[in-house]
Design a protein. Structure first.
Length: 239
């Protein structure tokens, strides 16, 4: 029996069904409706999403390439559980790419880009301390504009390859972060914007590195606690 009220339900719109199915499952993972380590049963997903098994399988294959789900052989497909080590590796890549993007943005961005990134920052700031999912999407938009203005298609392509896992970490940490930490992140983001507006690439790059370092430190502490609890067989908070 289908359930049109399910969070995974795929609406019938002009966008190709495969794209909508993929987006529905990805959003369900990012929003924690489908939780880390959860087994993904195709029949159940078909009923919840209201689409065929072939659509679900295609979406799961794509999500596996993004690192959001993983195959465990005969046991089936599961929502990925990012380890502390994997998370820190992602932050290391972010620090390198985003700081360089900030430097190039300061040199190459148009005035329209400058206005857009200021607007993205202000939109994010207004959301505090609002819905974590909406806030995460706005932060993602901020960094998307940063790479657009940097005018480096290779860097943009590399970030797109990691984007799903970056967003998984961003959504997860935003959900559990105390308000004071979120305010601190916005303060750091403001420093990035102000440096970009001054066309000070070095300062913008350094502000980006500090922003990512704060995020990495918080995620590391949280994931370390999760891993210790999981090793002891204790209930974990879960992203």
């Amino acid at each position: 029996m289908v359930n049109a009220k399910s969070p995974l339900w795929v609406k019938r719109e002009v966008e190709p069904l495969r794209e909508r199915t993929l987006k529905s499952l990805r959003d369900a993972i990012l929003s924690n409706h489908l939780k880390p380590g959860q087994r993904l049963v195709e029949r159940d997903l078909c009923e919840q999403a209201g689409v065929s098994r072939s659509s679900i399988r295609e979406a799961l294959r794509h999500l596996e390439s993004e690192g959001l789900v993983e195959s465990r052989g005969t046991k089936g497909m599961f929502v990925s559980v990012l380890s502390r080590k994997q998370a820190l590796e992602i932050y290391e890549v972010r620090a390198a790419l985003e700081s360089e993007a900030a430097k190039h943005f300061a040199e190459r961005a148009s005035q329209t880009d400058i206005k857009a990134i200021r607007q993205a920052y202000e939109n994010t700031e207004r959301l505090l301390p609002g819905d974590a999912e909406v806030l995460s999407r706005e932060i993602d938009r901020f960094f998307e504009i940063l790479f657009i203005g940097a005018r480096n298609t290779t860097a943009s392509s590399l970030v797109r390859m990691l984007r799903a896992r970056i967003n998984l970490l961003r959504h997860a940490t935003t959900r559990v972060a105390p308000r004071e930490r979120l305010i601190g992140s916005m303060t750091q983001m403001k420093l990035i914007v102000e440096a970009l507006e001054r066309r000070d690439g070095a300062a913008a790059a350094e502000a980006c590195r500090r922003y990512v370092a704060r995020s990495a430190d918080f995620a590391s502490q949280f994931l370390e606690k999760e891993e210790k609890a999981r090793a002891k067989g204790e209930k974990v908070t879960q992203f």
